[in-house]
Design a protein around this ligand. Structure first.
Ligand SMILES: NC(=O)C1=CN([C@@H]2O[C@H](COP(=O)(O)OP(=O)(O)OC[C@H]3O[C@@H](n4cnc5c(N)ncnc54)[C@H](O)[C@@H]3O)[C@@H](O)[C@H]2O)C=CC1
Ligand SMILES: O=C(CO)COP(=O)(O)O
Length: 323
């Protein structure tokens, strides 16, 4: 199976490294210095510094070079997937979606974006607790690889699997997508808890109540409870809510310390998807009558309301049933 990768950020590069264990990989990167660094020196100094890359990875600046592949891993940030896929020759080539987010404006999950651009392409979703630098270093990692077509899922899993990279099968594509998109917003909230010094009890409470939000939203969209409680939901939520290796968590830490969102987001080269997903997730939830107070609180923070006021508002909510 010839694998192409769309996106030369940290995660696209780490996944190219995973796929290169089983054969040659072509990676499209937007930045010419990334293409040049991978081809000349087997490194991506801009987005995954310090990781020697496999010589089986070749990079290109031309999306047209991705024609004639057997599967394409889509690893551009969620906000750019539509534009990048529109320039990519796809046809019936399976698309494995690896970005985590909801498109601003359209409020579509990445799967819906991809399907609108390439209606004949089978869709799979790869998601889970996966810091790129750990995956690239070959540390043990497990992911959900969801696809409605079980035979295709098995082929993709076999092609990507190794002793340190274990894809678990699922047919719940929407569940895998929703877990990954929602956890980024909740990771910002957990970072705020850290930045504001609210303690570990508060962080655990936020993870549990955040998971309740993820479950409410996911179930309303047709996700399965066991997917949300699995690697791509709860697993990823726990990872990103407990480490400054998460860009979303780190953004929250800054907000919790009283820094302003525009300052924290200005000039950043890496992506904190939760900042884009939060407002559209909150809108979609409000429209559907789904209670998501933590998501709403993250939106207020991103909109400039001081952390102290937002936290006070959350804690002053009426007491309610846990379930
Ligand atoms: N870094 C990680 O550990 C993981 C990231 N992800 C997801 O993977 C996706 C990509 O993130 P990373 O690889 O971490 O990116 P990154 O933060 O390392 O790099 C930013 C990427 O955005 C791209 N970009 C910027 N403007 C663009 C545009 N106008 N059009 C197309 N691409 C543009 C850059 O070329 C670069 O590849 C995100 O959805 C993220 O949530 C998922 C799992 C792990
Ligand atoms: O999705 C991730 C790990 O699974 C990466 O999280 P961040 O985007 O917050 O860094």
């Amino acid at each position: 199976m010839r694998i192409g990768v769309i996106g030369g950020g940290a995660w696209g590069t780490a996944l190219a490294q995973v796929a290169a264990r089983g054969g040659d990989v072509l990676l499209w990167a937007r930045e010419t210095e990334v293409v040049e660094g991978i081809n000349a020196r087997q490194e991506n100094a801009a987005f995954l510094p310090g990781v020697p890359l496999s010589p089986a990875i070749r990079a290109t600046a031309l999306l047209s070079d991705l024609a004639e592949h057997d599967a394409l891993l889509v690893v551009a940030p969620a906000q750019h997937v539509g534009a990048v896929l529109a320039e990519t020759p796809v046809g019936r080539t399976p698309l494995v979606l690896c970005a985590k987010g909801i498109e601003a404006g359209s409020r579509r999950l990445v799967g819906d974006v991809a399907q609108a651009v390439h209606p004949d392409a089978p869709i799979a979703v790869l998601s889970g607790p996966t810091f790129a630098h750990e995956v690239a270093a070959g540390l043990p990692t497990a992911v959900t690889l969801a696809c409605a077509d079980e035979a295709l899922q098995a082929r993709l899993a076999e092609r990507l699997a190794s002793p340190t990279f274990r894809p678990y099968a699922s047919t719940d594509v929407i569940g895998a997508e929703i877990g990954g998109a929602v956890k980024n917003v909740l990771a910002i909230a957990c970072g705020v808890v850290e930045g504001a010094g609210l303690g570990q009890n508060a962080r655990a409470a936020l993870i549990a109540r955040g998971f309740a939000e993820m479950t409410r939203f996911g179930m309303a969209r047709g996700a399965r409870a066991e997917t949300l409680a699995g690697l791509s939901g709860l697993g990823d939520l726990v990872l990103t809510c407990s480490s400054t290796s998460s860009r979303n968590f780190s953004l929250g830490v800054g907000l919790g310390r009283g820094e302003r969102a525009p300052d924290l987001l200005a000039d950043r080269r890496t992506v904190a998807e939760g900042a884009f997903t939060a407002p559209v997730l909150a809108e979609a939830a409000a429209e559907a009558g789904i209670d998501m107070p933590i998501t709403a609180a993250v939106c207020r923070l991103l909109g400039g309301v001081p952390a102290g006021e937002v936290i006070e508002g959350l804690l002053a909510r009426p007491l309610r049933d846990e379930a």
